[in-house]
Design a protein around this ligand. Structure first.
Ligand SMILES: Cc1cc2nc3c(=O)[nH]c(=O)nc-3n(C[C@H](O)[C@H](O)[C@H](O)COP(=O)(O)OP(=O)(O)OC[C@H]3O[C@@H](n4cnc5c(N)ncnc54)[C@H](O)[C@@H]3O)c2cc1C
Length: 462
């Protein structure tokens, strides 16, 4: 049997469901496709995520070459490239891991149909999540819309963590492949290299996990402070599958303490948001709670630009946004602060912020990002209530008490004393902008704007 394993958001050679099944089924060739449907949407042609993928593929290829094999790389529409490749290599079956994003859910059945015409099999596997949407259900068989009961059910179903062995000796051996080490794919795909702060590849992911193991115990507290490395920084590695979700869960289970329990809970949030996206695909474009689509956002475009550029006059917001713009990374606490500030203080549609994050986050993941934004804007399932509005100044005092994070990203405030840094007097520190809106005024306006939309639920549009 000649098999093809198509890797997508699972760029590794271990604990890989599709690869494991393919190898057990027969001789297997690995393929990765640079997909113009996805790449053409990226406006920035030096997108660091493309380099992250490239680095991951380079590491993978080095490992494959040691086994005498090689990764096949193609640039083109997968619905055309996969069938073409199957004909060229006389493939009998294609194996791949499931992807729950709306684009993938349209693409994969189309490919399956095209392959059927060629009498080539197509099978998909659960890999990127621990439980899929149909596995964690309420007593009446529906998908949970509230996190805590979902988590309790998830934990009650949780038994052991499977490991998908990948016996690489069954990989196809090639004489002269056109591989990613010998050939520069950047000009072909229309991108230039831009090195991310975190390097793509399984070895880097494993090193991060090992380092995090040493501090996991303190995670419950430390995860709140952006100026320290209190979290794992693994989100980009799980996004592109350099490690498996099971690797992370195993690490959490090996260390039994408050920190690891809290960390496991965050991993369950990830499964929860993937379930929500899979079960309610409309959230990609609309509010989970439909009445929130009635909100008439009064915010203005200049304020959106100031938010994007880190010039709002609120130091913690500006420091977070400048950090994002320069590194592609942002701490979870800061994501919550800037998201809440955009939709509840600047009164700008959460989708504008969601799209900005989608363009800039190294770890961008549709399910987690959409979940995070809908949580912050109160439009999501199990979101915070709309009248709960983060105060960026008190958040800043609490979670960046010494102002170290602010000083790192706002050099113009480097000399401002600790007491004043969270809300500096801009008459004294003229290099820094005055707040573009009044927090106190706009938080009251926010309640009115939201209430007006939500009341429409009671008396809907005629
Ligand atoms: C507005 C907003 C947007 C977000 N966008 C994304 C995104 O595009 N991609 C993304 O991976 N996460 C997103 N998150 C969730 C969270 O901020 C990141 O997962 C986290 O900051 C990544 O850092 P870490 O790997 O050090 O996480 P850790 O704290 O070490 O957590 C471990 C892992 O659990 C998962 N995780 C942690 N928190 C969450 C969460 N709240 N929701 C879902 N999964 C979680 C991640 O996979 C993470 O790597 C967003 C949150 C908000 C509020």
């Amino acid at each position: 049997m000649k098999n093809l394993c198509w890797i997508r958001r699972d760029l590794r050679l271990h604990d890989h469901a599709a690869l494991s099944h393919a190898l057990r089924g027969g001789e297997t060739t690995l393929v990765f496709i640079f997909d113009p449907h996805i790449l053409d949407k990226l406006e920035n042609k030096s997108d660091k995520r493309v380099t992250f993928i490239y680095q991951s593929l380079q590491e993978l290829e080095q490992k494959l070459q040691k086994k005498g094999s090689s990764l096949i790389i193609r640039y083109g529409k997968p619905e055309e490239e996969i069938p073409k490749l199957c004909q060229e290599l006389k493939i009998e079956k294609v194996y791949t891991n499931r992807d729950y994003e709306p684009y993938a859910k349209k693409r994969d059945p189309l490919i399956e149909q095209n392959l059927k015409k060629l009498k080539v099999g197509f099978e998909t596997f659960k890999d990127s999540v621990f439980f899929e949407k149909h596995e964690v259900l309420t007593g009446s068989g529906t998908v949970f819309k509230v996190f805590t009961p979902y988590k309790n059910k998830w934990l009650s179903l949780f038994d052991e963590v499977p490991e998908f062995e990948c016996p690489l000796k069954k990989l196809t051996v090639f004489a002269n492949p056109k591989n990613i080490l010998a050939f520069n794919w950047y000009p072909v795909i229309g991108f230039v290299e831009d090195i991310p702060l975190l390097t793509g590849g399984t070895s880097f992911a494993q090193k991060r996990l090992k380092n995090f193991d040493k501090v996991m115990e303190d995670y419950k507290e430390a995860r709140n402070f952006p100026a320290i490395e209190g979290t794992s920084y693994l989100s980009v590695y799980i996004r592109f599958g350099n490690i498996s979700i099971r690797d992370m869960i195993r690490a959490a289970l090996e260390t039994k303490n408050e920190g690891s329990t809290t960390w496991l809970s965050e991993i369950i949030w990830r499964d929860f948001y993937h379930t929500i996206l899979d079960a309610f695909s409309y959230v990609e474009k609309s509010a989970f709670k439909k009445e929130y689509d009635h909100i008439k956002w009064p915010g203005n475009p200049q304020h959106f630009t100031a938010w994007c550029e880190g010039r709002t006059g609120v130091p913690i917001v500006d420091a977070a946004m400048r950090c994002l713009n320069q590194t592609g990374m942002m701490h979870n606490r800061l994501r919550m602060i800037v998201a809440s500030y955009l939709c509840k203080i600047l009164l700008i549609d959460y989708r504008r912020g969601e799209h900005y994050f989608a363009d800039h986050l190294l770890d961008y993941d549709l399910a987690a990002n959409n979940g995070g934004w809908q949580w912050s804007s109160s439009s999501g399932c199990d979101a915070q209530p709309y009248f709960r509005i983060f105060n960026p100044y008190t958040q800043s005092e609490k979670f960046d008490a010494d102002g170290n994070f602010i000083r790192q990203w706002l050099p113009e405030l480097a000399k401002v004393p600790k007491k004043e840094i969270h809300r500096p007097d801009t008459l004294l520190y003229q290099d820094y902008p005055a707040p573009i809106v009044s927090y106190e005024t706009n938080r009251m306006l926010c309640s009115k704007v939201y209430a007006a939309a939500i009341q429409k639920k009671i008396s809907p549009d005629k």
